[in-house]
Design a protein around this ligand. Structure first.
Ligand SMILES: [Zn+2]
Ligand SMILES: [Zn+2]
Length: 302
């Protein structure tokens, strides 16, 4: 299956690349509309404690009907049942569902998909949290290529971890979960045209979407400093250095800090008015963002 799916993916990338801009934009709009309709259905059911996929209560579990809502740990769901769910739903479908769930508790900060937070060499690395549940996906290049030394892991696969109350329930090393054919097609298309073809998780946006080069300026201007520090989406650090041969007046700085407090804006947003100073602002994920679940201490080939 793999080679055929990979070449389908590359063909798909070529096809998309050759489309006129307006046709491509129209296609994007259409797929956004479809996601929106599906998300509305998800919400309607979820807010009543039901699953939009199987229409059953989120707390129900029946071995006969494997469903993504099992990952919310209804009574009876065991580690080995994950295989059935993963067989039925692809990598992106599982992730999309969990991202929607996570965003019901807190927008974006329960989803850490920042590449700088992981070890940077993974194809995919994301940690998603909802209440006392935490799920993490990990796929390195060697996982995608398949571990050639292992019969049951030679296909393209990813690893999955689930924790309940911070305690291990499923470990990364428990499964080598095969990517579905659709997954491989999508991944291969993204790899063929990096930057141009991206996986979007509409309504399932995480910190990687919220905190990017394009958004930093907006964050500094619009962030408010109120609220509990522990729950913050962002941490904004400012570095102030006097211009060469000049000095910064402490009173000027004090006034800016007071004005920021009064107006409930970030100090960083006003710093450009500080005389004789050069300023640099660093925006990073705040303490309220879920930490990436590291995949470490693993044996070779897992
Ligand atoms: Zn369900
Ligand atoms: Zn592996």
């Amino acid at each position: 299956m793999t080679e055929a799916a990979k070449s389908k993916g590359r063909y798909f990338a070529k096809f998309l690349d050759a489309l006129p801009e307006d046709v491509r934009a129209h296609g994007n709009d259409e797929s956004f509309r479809a996601s929106k309709a599906e998300y509305q259905r998800f919400l309607e059911f979820f807010n009543k404690g039901h699953c939009y996929l199987c229409a059953k209560p989120l707390i129900s579990f029946s071995k006969k009907t494997p469903c993504l809502h099992w990952l919310l740990k209804p009574k009876g769901f065991n580690k080995k049942d994950f295989r059935t769910v993963a067989h039925r739903y692809g990598f992106f479908q599982i992730q999309s569902f969990l991202r929607w769930v996570a965003n019901q508790e807190n927008f974006a900060k329960n989803i850490n998909d920042l590449t700088c937070e992981g070890n940077g060499v993974k194809l995919f690395e994301v940690t998603i949290k909802y209440k006392n549940l935490e799920w993490a996906f990990s796929c390195a290049e060697s996982d995608y290529q398949g571990h050639s030394t292992s019969q049951h892991a030679k296909h393209p696969h990813y690893h999955f971890q689930m924790r309940i109350d911070r305690r291990p329930f499923i470990n990364y090393s428990d499964f080598h979960i095969p990517f579905s054919e659709m997954d491989v097609i999508n991944i291969e298309a993204m790899r063929a045209l990096p930057g141009k073809i991206k996986q979007r998780f509409s309504f399932g946006e995480g910190m990687g979407d919220v905190l990017s080069e394009d958004t930093v300026e907006h964050i500094i201007k619009t962030a408010v400093s109120a609220g509990a520090y522990d729950e913050a989406h962002f941490k904004i650090d400012s570095i102030v250095i006097a211009k060469e041969g000049e000095t910064i007046n402490g009173d000027d700085l004090y006034e800016i800090i007071q004005e920021a407090k009064e107006k409930n804006v970030t100090v960083a947003s006003l710093l450009n008015r500080l005389p004789n100073a050069q300023t640099q602002v660093i925006v990073s994920p705040g303490p309220g963002v879920v930490q990436q679940a590291p995949r470490s201490g693993r044996k070779k080939d897992t």
